[in-house]
Design a protein around this ligand. Structure first.
Ligand SMILES: NC(=O)c1ccc[n+]([C@@H]2O[C@H](COP(=O)([O-])OP(=O)(O)OC[C@H]3O[C@@H](n4cnc5c(N)ncnc54)[C@H](OP(=O)(O)O)[C@@H]3O)[C@@H](O)[C@H]2O)c1
Length: 317
């Protein structure tokens, strides 16, 4: 089968097309003929081996696929981090879900890792209360474009988007943000307060690290929660416990891996996302479909901050 395999960790050039045997499912696993593989920002970390989970070579990157099982069922599946950039993948039965009628495969993939993340940022980590303000960074991205749309249905009083370009800020406004701020503003903390009508903000979903983390924490109100769920800049931050106490601020970590194996956190949350999509309340944004042979270009564009929405790979091309 056609697959992208890493023989070394490194830049997008290490994503090379090769020919591999079709994988064999073990007990409690399912073989999936892949029609679309999902690309996640985490895959750029896997490619460099710089993320939460650590990997051994060689490996096929890609944490999620959509396709069909041998009995013809249309499914979407999380793979446990690797194995997705290929014509066939094996997935744990526990993280393989039927795609509801009327939902396209790209939309189902958007709602899986990125959608579940957006859902849990609100419900599990921030525990957003009615009327609170929320800042969504990278608001036109895979997670961000869904988090913006879930804001009002989940009770947000004000949804403040940030993005690095005018096009992406426009997209965030179209998706329901009340206001969109340039993330590269010199005084980002001040810009976030201004966007919240002069008040500090209640909740921030922070995935960049470095100065965006520091400035977001500064903009947070007393009893506010900053949820840290990514390090796109590759810069980690350090914190003083005394600062959090003096300001009554909370910093909460979130990693979707910890939801695996918890039925209500996976199946129930995904069912809610599928229902909202079916009702038209949530519009998953497919931002591009790349041939498998151009996985490297997809990574380059994603890391170069030139993409929006969900990115997909077509394993047949
Ligand atoms: N913790 C978890 O379980 C979990 C699960 C899913 C995703 N994530 C994290 O959530 C974030 C979004 O993931 P995604 O798959 O939806 O990707 P994405 O948002 O579609 O793409 C990444 C976006 O991040 C922004 N960004 C900020 N700083 C960046 C930098 N230094 N380099 C590159 N991009 C930067 C860019 O938006 P702007 O240019 O508009 O700023 C870029 O478009 C990632 O950090 C990812 O690791 C975490």
């Amino acid at each position: 089968m056609r697959a992208v395999q890493l023989e070394e960790f490194g830049g997008p050039e290490v994503l090379r097309l090769t020919d591999l045997p079709v994988p064999e499912p073990g007990d409690d696993e399912v073989l999936i003929e892949v029609s679309r593989a999902g690309i996640n920002f985490a895959d750029t970390h896997t490619r460099e081996n710089t993320y939460v989970a650590r990997y051994e070579l060689p490996l096929v990157p890609g944490g999620e696929v959509a396709g069909s099982t041998p009995d013809g069922a249309r499914v979407v599946a999380m793979l446990g981090g690797t194995g997705g950039y290929a014509e066939y993948a094996v997935a744990p039965r526990a993280t393989t879900f039927p795609i509801p009628e009327g939902v396209e495969e790209g939309a189902a993939l958007a709602l899986l890792i990125q959608g579940l993340t957006a859902w849990h940022l609100y419900r599990t980590s921030a525990k957003l209360a009615q009327g609170e303000s929320v800042v969504v960074h990278a608001a036109a991205g895979g997670v961000g474009s869904l988090a913006v749309q879930l804001g009002k249905p989940f009770g947000a009083g004000r949804v403040i988007a940030t993005a690095s370009s005018e096009d992406k800020r426009q997209k965030a406004l179209e998706l329901g943000a009340d206001i969109a701020v340039g993330v590269n503003a010199d005084d980002l903390a001040g810009a976030l307060r201004e966007a919240n009508e002069g008040r500090r903000v209640d909740v921030v979903f922070e995935m960049a690290g470095g100065r965006v983390f520091d400035q977001s924490l500064e903009a947070l109100a007393a009893f506010g929660r900053l949820v840290t769920y990514g390090i796109a800049s590759r810069e980690q931050n350090e914190l003083k416990s005394g600062y959090l106490m003096r300001k009554s601020k909370a910093v909460v970590g979130f990693y979707l891996g910890h939801c695996l194996g918890r039925r209500e956190m996976m199946e129930d949350a995904l069912a809610d996302l599928f229902d909202r999509a079916a009702r038209g309340e949530l519009r998953p944004q497919v931002g591009g479909t790349y041939p498998l042979s151009e996985a490297g270009r997809a990574h380059e564009e994603m890391q170069g901050r030139r993409t929006s929405g969900k990115l997909l790979l077509d394993p047949t091309a």
